[in-house]
Design a binder for this molecule. Structure first.
Ligand SMILES: NC(=O)c1ccc[n+]([C@@H]2O[C@H](COP(=O)([O-])OP(=O)(O)OC[C@H]3O[C@@H](n4cnc5c(N)ncnc54)[C@H](O)[C@@H]3O)[C@@H](O)[C@H]2O)c1
Length: 349
């Protein structure tokens, strides 16, 4: 079989991670690019050797291009719904970045359209491909720590914290993002909880804005921040597994720290992006004697997001691939968290 001909939409920071992974597969040819920013279009177009007629300002033209087999979209959050809708309408397979949409209302008609015209679709919940998290799922499923009773998940970054005086960018703009750190990092935690434990049953939450205004480098003025930069929530999952969650981009010293601790009747598992190829397993070996073992993650858990994406394009259904329904459910939970925080009530899902 020839290479997959892929079109890329949104040529900023994250697209380079996709380009790297695609190159590792050796099965991808990038044939078209799209961005509203002419500099980004020129830079990434040159990087990938894209001809001038395949550099699109309008992503709909890329999606409708018959030379493009599938689309990968890495735009800011406000564009995701339009890209997904256009892909579904054009029957074009795609991978779209998370969060799936800004708000749940945008996700509802997309699910309806998908039911009418299903196409191979993947949402960029990339942490399903962190080997330690995949291994944790395997160990939980095989009962390594007995019945799971509770867990804690946290996702911490530091770049938004006060000492760095990070300027106002789209990630702080509610109209573009929907929510702040919640949709940005929290969507990954929600997906990880669903990946490991099943569905959310009920939850309560608190959102908070730590830094109330930031300097807009374009206008030189301070802008009021209307999205959270701290989110905490607690949830009852399928089977009464209880979870607590925290996320912030204001944790000084945290680069990209996404981690889970899982507590079962017979032991505990700790897994973290800081040590993506190992996890810690704790159990009581003899009465009163705790054994703590660092387990190396087996090779079978080293699956790349792009190898699953390409398998999906070939017609396979890789186990655990995050699909459109995962994006929809994620948005449903994000919406419940916002409502729970706003109304200070417990929300049932
Ligand atoms: N899965 C992950 O681990 C992960 C990591 C980082 C970012 N992301 C997601 O990726 C997306 C992009 O993040 P980023 O950090 O690359 O952002 P970015 O701002 O660096 O890049 C976004 C690019 O999209 C372009 N763009 C904006 N509107 C467009 C439109 N209508 N058509 C075409 N291009 C358009 C911008 O000009 C820019 O070049 C976000 O949704 C983010 O949540 C996911």
């Amino acid at each position: 079989m020839g290479k997959f001909r892929i079109g890329l939409i949104g040529l900023g920071g994250m697209v380079q991670a996709h380009i790297r992974q695609a190159a590792e597969s050796g099965q991808v040819e990038f044939v078209a690019v799209s961005d509203v920013n002419a500099d980004a279009l020129a830079t990434v177009g040159d990087q990938l050797g894209i001809t001038a007629d395949k550099r699109y300002g309008d992503f709909v033209q890329l999606i409708e291009d018959p030379d493009v087999d599938a689309v990968v979209s890495v735009t800011p959050n406000d564009v995701h719904a339009d890209v997904v809708r256009a892909c579904l309408q054009a029957r074009k397979p795609f991978m779209a970045e998370k969060p799936f949409t800004r708000v749940f209302e945008e996700a509802i008609p997309l699910l309806e359209l998908y039911k009418q015209h299903p196409v191979p679709a993947m949402i960029g919940f990339s942490y399903r491909y962190t080997p330690a998290f995949r291994y944790a799922q395997e160990l939980v499923r095989e009962g390594k720590i007995g019945a799971v009773r509770s867990f804690s998940l946290q996702y911490l970054q530091g770049w938004g914290a006060a000492p760095y005086t990070h300027p106002y960018v789209w990630r702080f703009n509610k109209d573009i993002t929907g929510t702040g750190t919640l949709g940005d990092l929290g969507s990954h935690m929600i997906d990880m909880a669903r990946f490991l434990f099943g569905e959310f049953q009920e939850l309560s939450a608190q959102l908070h804005t730590i830094i109330p205004e930031r300097l807009d480098p374009v206008t030189g003025k301070m802008v009021k921040i209307e999205v959270d930069d701290f989110a905490s929530f607690q949830a009852r999952m399928t089977g009464d597994v209880m979870g607590i969650f925290q996320t912030t981009r204001n944790a000084v010293g945290s680069g990209n720290q996404h981690e889970v601790s899982i507590y079962g009747d017979n032991g505990t598992i700790h897994a973290s992006t800081l040590e993506p190829n190992q996890l810690v397993w704790i159990r009581e070996e003899d009465p009163g004697q705790l054994a703590r073992t660092t387990l190396e993650v087996p090779k079978r858990c080293e699956v790349s997001q792009w190898s699953d994406f390409l398998a999906m394009l070939e017609g396979c259904s890789p186990d655990g691939l995050p699909g459109l329904i995962d994006g929809y459910r994620n948005q449903e939970v994000l919406d419940a968290i916002v409502r729970a925080s706003y109304t200070k009530t417990v929300i049932r899902l």
